[in-house]
Write a protein that binds this ligand. Structure first.
Ligand SMILES: [Zn+2]
Length: 180
C-alpha cells in the first residue's frame, strides 16, 4: 500500500486513527453597497446586520471558509482556494455552506467522522457572544453533526491593526477527525 493510500485509509502504519485539521481565513471589510463593496455579513451562515461587510467572490463567510480549510487539511486535500477558485463564476455569490458540505462529503468518503470542531472569530464588530448558541446550531446543521461537537468563540482585536479597526475580519478553526 502506498503512503498516500495508507493516509486515506486512516490507521496506516499503526496510527491511532485520528487526524487534526487547521483552517484560517481573513476578509477585508468595506462599507455596505453602494458606498463600498461590503456584502451582508454572514458568519456560519448566520446573518449579522451592520453598516459594513466582507468583500469576497462567494458570500465571503470567513468562518465557513476557515472550517472548510480545516476539514480539507485534516484529510490532506488542497485548500479551499484550489478546490473552489475565486476565478470560477460558479462560486460567485455562492452560499459557503456548499463548500463545507463538499468538504464533509470528502471527509465521510475517506472514512472519517468529526469528533469536534473549535472555531474563533476575530472581529471588532459584531459581538459573537450573545449569538453563540445560534452559531453552534447553524454549524452543527451544516456539518451534519451534533451541537455538542461544535464550539465557537468570539474575540476582538483590542482595537489594533486592520481587524481591530474594523477593516478586516478573521476566523480560525481546528477540527479533530476519528476514523469511523
Ligand atoms: Zn474566505
Amino acid at each position: 500500500m502506498s503512503e498516500s493510500a495508507k493516509w486515506k485509509g486512516g490507521r496506516g502504519a499503526g496510527g491511532p486513527g485520528l487526524r487534526v485539521g487547521h483552517g484560517y481565513d481573513l476578509h477585508r471589510m468595506e462599507p455596505a453597497a453602494p458606498a463600498g463593496a461590503g456584502r451582508a455579513l454572514r458568519l456560519g451562515g448566520v446573518c449579522f446586520p451592520g453598516d459594513s461587510g466582507p468583500v469576497g467572490h462567494s458570500d465571503a463567510d470567513v468562518l465557513l471558509h476557515a472550517i472548510t480549510d480545516a476539514l480539507l487539511g485534516a484529510i490532506g486535500l488542497p485548500d479551499i482556494g484550489q478546490m473552489f477558485p475565486d476565478t470560477d463564476p460558479r462560486w460567485r455569490d455562492a452560499d459557503s455552506a456548499l463548500f463545507v458540505r463538499e468538504a464533509m462529503a470528502r471527509v465521510r468518503e475517506a472514512g472519517w467522522e468529526v469528533l469536534n470542531l473549535d472555531a474563533t472569530v476575530v472581529a471588532q464588530h459584531p459581538k459573537i457572544g450573545p449569538r453563540k448558541a445560534e452559531l453552534r446550531a447553524a454549524l452543527a446543521r451544516i456539518l451534519g453533526v451534533d451541537d455538542a461537537r461544535i464550539n465557537v468563540k468570539g474575540k476582538t482585536h483590542e482595537g489594533v491593526d486592520a481587524v481591530g479597526e474594523g477593516r478586516a475580519i478573521e476566523a480560525h478553526a481546528v477540527v479533530l477527525l476519528a476514523h469511523a
